[in-house]
Design a protein around this ligand. Structure first.
Ligand code: ARG
Length: 459
């Protein structure tokens, strides 16, 4: 049978395989609410411009609400023969209201229709990502506040470097996730131009009001070039890029949680609610949620690369290749939102082990830099010399199997005669972190000031 939408110039219907490769309804039905909102705005504008009658517009707009509720209550039969969400909705509208349904598509094409629908959908996901990232940041700020002055080892190369505070470490992730908020906010701003009314590619000869439909759908303005409007998918790519960077941040934090929750570290205990057990090893409590979050970056970055590859060689304007934009974005968005929610839950539930953090902070000669700095301050040595002297003391302590503060004064003085017992005051981990008062440093005072900043910003 001929296609109801464009069968006029066809003698034969599509092969079953053609239908299978062509149809997108299995996934683009997720755009139903955006599609109906776009059509309702379009119909209202057509009537306001005198292009269709008020009566027809009213029938169309009310009929679309019926379709909406049918879909939302699960009483809608999606048809593969009708290809996509746009034709499924319009065909059902025709069943409900009859002839006026055929006037809805005046001055419009599926090309501007799908570009509008998809933009609306991605715009919502930007808002959702911002909301979830903010909640995650609040959870991290809560952790930071609870342990603003708890001491833990700071690492470089995953080797003990210098003592830092738990609060400082938590706030490092708040910085990262807040940049992600910035990226989604920024992308949203740029994507907020309305393609509707670009029609197939060239615009339309009907006296439409694109500013009215843009405003009705919450866009800042209509997209200014009809060719670009129907062929652009930058908004999806920017969303995916922001999502991929966010997922990378989540993955780094997840990796730390996996390490920290191990028996060898025991920096944190994850809650039962966000852990799993083993079917064979009764003692096990596994950080599966963290591991899965760590993995999500793969498919999200994959979606970003995948869509880039779809778009990279396409001539202007619309090509059917672009139907391949949706599944990857849907999958990436679903998994990003899930990972953000899981991470927020894990962070809220986890308890840091203050004693283990502090014990680890004191090992590995973590205050060697404080000793070197003291030699510079107290004895006026050049830093390079102080570094060398401290290195020899670290070697001495390592040989003795003790920590730096365990060396006695005579041993200290064997490295430099000028050392006095004042040196011991800088060797404790609490003294060490308290001294890092430079802006953005790890001192508890600094951390508390940043916590206050974040609370104000996130409120
Ligand atoms: N299902 C199509 C898509 O996702 C809608 C646009 C179809 N336009 C066309 N000219 N065939 O891209």
């Amino acid at each position: 049978t001929q296609n109801a939408m464009w069968g006029g110039r066809f003698a034969d219907g599509p092969d079953a395989i053609m239908e299978a490769i062509n149809a997108s309804i299995s996934f683009d039905q997720r755009l139903y609410a955006q599609d109906i909102a776009g059509s309702r705005a379009h119909a209202a504008m057509l009537a306001a411009q005198g292009i269709i009658s008020d009566k027809d517009a009213k029938a169309i707009r009310e009929g679309l609400l019926t379709v909406l509720s049918e879909i939302e209550t699960g009483n809608f039969a999606f048809s593969t023969a009708l290809e996509d969400i746009h034709m499924n909705v319009e065909a059902r509208l025709k069943e409900i209201i009859g002839e006026p349904a055929g006037r809805l598509h005046t001055a419009r094409s599926r090309n501007d229709q799908v570009a509008t629908d998809f933009r609306l959908w991605v715009r919502d996901r930007c808002d959702e990502a911002v909301g979830k990232l903010s909640a995650l940041c609040m959870a991290l700020v809560g952790q930071a506040e609870a342990g603003a002055d708890w001491v833990m080892p700071g690492f470089t190369h995953l080797q003990t470097a210098q003592p830092v505070t738990w609060g400082h470490h938590m706030l490092a992730y708040v910085e990262m996730f807040s940049r992600d908020i910035g990226r989604f906010t920024d992308a949203r701003k740029r994507m907020n131009e309305c393609p509707l009314g670009a029609a197939a590619l060239a615009g339309t000869s009907f006296p439409i009001d694109r500013f009215a439909t843009a405003a009705a759908l919450g866009f800042d303005r209509p997209a200014a070039n009809s060719l670009d409007a129907v062929s652009d998918r930058d908004f999806a790519l920017e969303f995916l890029a922001a999502a991929a960077i966010t997922a990378m941040h989540l993955s780094r934090f997840a990796e730390e949680l996996v390490i920290w929750s191990s028996a060898q570290f025991r920096f944190v205990a994850l809650s039962d609610r966000f852990s799993t057990g083993s079917s064979i090893m009764p003692q096990k409590k596994n950080p599966d949620a963290a591991e899965l979050i760590r993995a999500k970056v793969g498919r999200i970055m994959g979606a970003n690369v995948g869509l880039m590859m779809v778009m990279k060689g396409l001539p202007l304007t619309y090509s059917k290749d672009m139907q391949e934009d949706k599944e990857q974005v849907f999958d990436a968005a679903d998994n990003l939102m899930l990972a953000l929610a899981a991470m927020e839950g894990m962070v809220r539930d986890m308890s840091a082990n203050r004693a283990n953090l502090e014990k680890a902070a004191s090992s590995g000669f973590s205050t060697a830099t404080d000793l070197a700095d003291w030699l510079v301050r107290a004895l006026g040595l050049p830093f390079r010399d102080a570094h060398h002297i401290t290195g020899s003391l670290v070697a001495m302590a390592e040989k003795k199997g003790c920590d730096l503060p365990d060396l006695n004064l005579a041993e200290m003085q064997s490295a430099h005669a000028g050392i006095t017992d004042e040196v011991y005051s800088v060797l404790g981990v609490h003294n060490s972190v308290a001294s890092r008062q430079s802006f953005g440093g790890t001192a508890p005072d600094q951390v508390r000031a940043r916590i206050a900043d974040w609370k104000a910003r996130l409120a």
